[in-house]
Design a protein around this ligand. Structure first.
Ligand code: LLP
Length: 439
């Protein structure tokens, strides 16, 4: 693992998709994206396994001085092949549903012991599944969930390890839809109530207080709020120690942001160091294992969505580049006004001009970029929508009865199809239309 970092330039750490020379198409290592588009069709998600592993190693190495576990947030990209890759390199997993647990168990049953289960609405059957799998810990989000966990654990006579997910009431600058660390949000238990809940739980023989967890939101660029939240968690851990409750782990959650703008001097290695130093500073003197739940930081920049230009049309002063990928394939621009770099796979000569890059879906919200200055594009050209490895495919849908893209994983000189393109037959299969006399 350490090898992959030491021989990587910081450039490959931040941007795996590059033009190897002025005349060459956009590539990922030895793989030309133009060739991949021909071989697998478009729209196509392409991921760099090498970059994912580099990012994992950054966290693992910067925490080397303390017992730690990087629990990849499965929700960011739940591709089985990516889970398998991460499990093989020592990652644990942060899951938020029984379905995500089943994904982990399918590819890496031995990793169950490295799974934490987050989420505000765990059902009894999801809890049962996780107890059966003997996961590392439940990140419990309410007193009623803790009561349900205790009763399910008692039923199967198996002690449940839990952490309370505390809400530290820390503000973090990010999009309001993905901010979670304030009291007004639905997440976690007010940190002021946590101590008494731990003390009550200590009396229940089916509950074992394993940790304290916190997650303040996603795409947070500054390390400061993470440090502030961890300081509050550390204070709680000390208070609990005074009460005779020994906490073994603290879980800092996920949320470390990336820079979606190519022009920035984003240095992932420095970012991880800044982040882990802020956490470490808060934990000085505490003998606890540190869990992290990064999602985006591990996979976002490793992924690109490849699309082909179908049409270029001009309406008055506006130019629209219509691609075969749409908001159903990548919803982030429409949902969070998110910025994604878009680059031509084989740039044409000529001046850049402002265009809207849109998809075929019948909504004005179906766009990837508005008034973006791009080099000339013609029908048949390929574009890559960058930094699409996190919250891309997982948030895709079949809106407009559009089959979801295929996915390819690149590892060294190997390219592997890890999800075939959906067919219309796949989409229609669950539907029951042969019941006309019933409706
Ligand atoms: N842990 C918990 C409890 C979470 O809720 C999340 C993300 C993570 C870890 C991972 O956060 P990350 O490291 O990826 O920021 N769909 C949105 C992001 C939603 C994040 C939800 N929770 C987007 O596309 O920006």
């Amino acid at each position: 693992m350490s090898k992959s970092v030491s021989h990587s330039s910081s450039k490959s750490l931040s941007r795996p998709f590059q033009y190897p020379s002025a005349a060459a198409p956009l590539s990922c290592g030895p793989h030309s994206l133009a060739d991949l588009a021909v071989q697998y069709g478009t729209p196509l998600y392409v991921y760099s396994a090498d970059q994912i592993l580099e990012r994992l190693a950054l966290f693992q190495q910067s925490l080397a001085a303390r017992p730690h576990l990087v629990c990849y947030a499965v929700k960011a990209n739940s591709s089985l092949a990516i889970l398998k890759l991460l499990a093989a390199h020592g990652a644990g997993f942060d899951i938020v549903s029984g379905g995500e647990l089943q994904r982990v168990l399918t590819v890496a049953p031995e990793a169950a012991a490295r799974v934490v289960f987050s989420g505000v609405g765990k059902t009894a059957s999801e809890i049962d599944l996780a107890l059966e799998a003997n996961i590392l810990a439940f990140n419990v989000e309410s007193e009623s969930e803790l009561a349900l966990l205790a009763s399910r654990a008692a039923k199967r006579k198996r002690k449940a390890r839990f952490a309370l997910r505390v809400n530290p009431d820390v503000f973090a600058e990010t999009h309001p839809y993905i901010s979670t660390g304030l009291r007004e949000h639905k997440f976690g238990i007010d940190i002021r109530q946590a101590r008494s809940i731990y003390n009550e739980a200590a009396a229940n023989r089916w509950l074992s207080a394993h940790g304290v967890s916190v997650h303040i939101g996603s795409q947070i660029r500054s390390a400061d709020p993470f440090g502030a939240a961890m300081q509050r968690v550390a204070r709680l851990v000390q208070q609990l120690a005074g009460d005779g409750i020994r906490i073994k782990s603290v879980d800092a959650g996920g949320g470390l942001g990336i820079d979606y703008h190519a022009a920035s001097n984003f240095d992932p290695q420095a970012k991880v160091l800044e982040y882990t130093s802020a956490l470490e500073a808060a934990l000085t003197g505490l003998d606890v294992q540190l869990l992290l739940e990064p999602g985006r930081f591990l996979v976002a920049q490793a992924g690109a969505l490849l699309a082909r230009v179908l049409y270029v049309k001009r309406n008055g002063k506006k130019t629209f580049v219509v691609t075969d990928a749409a908001t159903n394939d990548l919803i982030r621009p429409a949902l969070y006004q998110a910025f994604h770099e878009i680059v031509p796979v084989s740039p044409r000569p000529g001046r850049a001009s402002a265009v809207d890059v849109v998809g075929p879906v019948c909504e004005t919200g179906d766009f990837f970029a508005r008034d973006r200055k791009l080099k000339p594009l013609e029908p048949g050209d390929l574009v890559a929508i960058l930094d699409a490895g996190a919250y891309g495919m997982v948030q895709s849908s079949n809106y407009n009865t559009r089959p979801r893209p295929a996915e390819v994983l690149l590892h060294g000189d190997k390219a592997t199809l890890i999800r075939r393109r959906e067919t219309i037959a796949d989409l229609l299969a669950p539907e029951l239309h042969d019941v006309t006399n019933r409706y």
